[in-house]
Design a protein around this ligand. Structure first.
Ligand code: MG
Length: 204
């Protein structure tokens, strides 16, 4: 089976960690910004800085922050388990040079540091339904509702034995999932839903 995983807020705890990191950075360096929101998509939108300031900060300091992102609970165990069992892991992240100085280098190093196995990686891709098509994905996991919906629609056109999952995170936890998408709470829930699904009679 081929699994396609998003990285930020799917495998790693991006928004919550970034929020704390930026808040501390602002305090430590006595910058004239403050936090104005908690439950919004993207950590940079939680502060009262303009987009140019946020971009500049990310370009200068964001890669250092990314290198410290914690993995979500049981993510590494799950990924190592399926890889050992012979399944294919594809990572597809939209990280790009718009926001990051060296998205490829920092991402590859982070994966290595966290002992996350993968067979293929796409960096800087938002058209993840195309990625799924290219690698003939069976499962797709992402926290972005719009992206998951697009992949679910693509899966619906090619066969029943495929499933798109929405990884629950703070900003999406109360949103209603579209048809064809299954929400997962965490990696234990993902394991359970894959193993007990009517479509997928197989063990991981
Ligand atoms: Mg994400």
């Amino acid at each position: 089976m081929v699994f396609v995983f998003d990285l930020d807020d799917t495998i790693c705890d991006t928004d919550k960690y970034s929020e704390k990191y930026i808040r501390k950075y602002i305090a430590k360096h006595k910058l004239p910004y403050k936090q104005i929101a908690t439950n919004v998509r993207f950590a940079e939108k939680k502060f009262d800085w303009d987009i140019e300031t946020a971009l500049r900060w990310y370009k200068n300091f964001g890669d250092e922050m990314i290198s410290k992102f914690p993995c979500k609970k049981n993510a590494v165990k799950f990924l190592q388990g399926i890889h050992k069992a012979g399944h294919v892991i594809v990572i597809a992240t939209a990280r790009s040079t718009v926001w990051h100085a060296q998205p490829r280098e920092v991402t590859l190093k982070w994966l290595e540091d966290n002992k996350i196995p993968y067979d293929k990686i796409y960096i800087g891709r938002e058209d993840k339904e195309k990625v799924c098509e290219e690698v003939n994905a069976d499962f797709f996991i992402d926290d972005d509702m719009i992206i998951v919906d697009k992949v679910a629609n693509y899966f619906a056109t090619v066969g029943v034995n495929k499933q798109a999952f929405l990884a629950t995170t703070n900003y999406n936890k109360n949103l209603v999932v579209p048809n064809g998408v299954v929400r997962v709470k965490d990696f234990n829930d993902l394991t359970k839903k894959i193993m007990t699904s009517n479509h997928f009679m197989y063990n991981i």
